[in-house]
Design a protein around this ligand. Structure first.
Ligand code: DP6
Length: 326
């Protein structure tokens, strides 16, 4: 099934358009990762996943009807030959109601683009929210989540703040592979961003997960690991058991990286600074501080801790940016 077939099932055929619309969506960080696809056209995952959104850290996108396509990323006009621009244009093609309908997209991230801090997730989520306003679809967020997934899998979780679960689904058209916010409040929950490199990563998560699924023997263990981790994380969330949550999220991320290291050819996102920070986290834990980390397809770490430990975390990680997830 093609992406356009899914879009046609969701989007009203005759929608009028405003001239311009803007929207914001938060970045999200998975505590139990989405890693591997059963359908790469529709970004249908092998497993469910669970994330937390980053409050006011994310992407603002303004979309306007224009006489030609134009993309401005963080104030810079992009050449439409760049891979990022091509991916965006191909996505916009799904929503052109007439052949001559073109768009100008102005998108601004307040998180480092391409540094493994999920800017593609907030980017596609903000774009879908802006399209919903531009075309006045007024779609339920469940459907916006599906549309965002067609841009980037993890984007389907960026339509909400707080803790969000993306259900794997079983249908071939993916209409049941949607994200849903969990009714969990945890005001003391904190995430600390440790940025070691703002450079674009050497290999994007899309290509990396493809190689892992095709070549890593460890990937066979991944679905069972996720099933266990998701159960434990949901239990830890409902009981507000922070250590159980942190321990499970950290081990889920390490297992994901084990599949990367065992791919052929191997993929490593570690910088020396990444390893040093991981060891510091483990040292602090041995001293009784409840701090854990998670890592995506990039060298940066995200620390997980509670507000009561913010002071000690800042003393130990001078460059940490603390985010109150809500
Ligand atoms: C490691 O959502 O970027 O961040 O669906 O190919 O666009 P595509 O992949 P993407 O992958 C995110 C992978 C991850 C884990 C996660 O966010 O769950």
């Amino acid at each position: 099934m093609k992406r356009l077939d899914v879009v046609k099932q969701i989007v009203p055929p005759l929608s009028s358009s405003l001239q311009t619309a803007s929207a914001f969506a938060p970045a999200n960080i998975a505590l139990c990762k989405y890693w591997g696809k059963r359908d790469s056209e529709l970004n249908l995952p092998m497993t469910s996943s669970l994330s937390v959104s980053l409050g006011d850290k994310g992407t603002c996108t303004k979309i306007s009807v224009n006489d030609q396509d134009k993309i401005i990323l963080n104030g810079d006009m992009l050449s439409l030959d760049l891979p990022f621009a091509k991916r965006l244009i191909a996505y916009l093609d799904l929503f052109r109601t007439q052949d001559h309908l073109h768009f100008s997209i102005e998108t601004t991230n307040n998180i480092p683009t391409g540094a493994g801090v999920a800017s593609s997730a907030s980017g596609f989520a903000a774009l879908v929210l802006a399209l919903d306003k531009l075309f006045q679809w007024q779609l339920d967020k469940k459907y916006l989540s599906i549309l965002a997934r067609l841009g980037s899998g993890s984007a389907c979780r960026s339509l909400w703040q707080g803790f969000v679960k993306w259900h794997v689904g079983v249908r071939v058209d993916g209409m049941d592979s949607v994200a849903e916010p969990l009714s969990i409040e945890w005001p003391n929950f904190r995430m600390g961003l440790l940025i070691f490199s703002e450079k674009e990563k050497s290999m994007g998560s899309r290509e990396a997960m493809q190689r892992v699924v095709a070549t890593s023997r460890f990937y066979k263990e991944w679905p069972a690991q996720v099933a266990d981790d998701l159960n434990i994380i949901e239990q830890a969330l409902s009981q507000q058991d922070f250590d159980l949550l942190g321990k499970t999220a950290e081990s889920n991320a390490l297992a994901m990286h084990a599949t990367l290291l065992t791919a052929q050819p191997p993929i490593s996102y570690y910088l020396p600074e990444t390893i040093a920070a991981m060891q510091r986290v483990w040292r602090l834990r041995a001293q009784g501080v409840s701090v854990y980390f998670t890592q995506d397809a990039g060298p940066n770490l995200k620390l997980l801790f509670l507000s009561k430990d913010e002071k000690i975390i800042k003393e130990n990680f001078s460059n940490v940016e603390v985010i109150q997830c809500r």
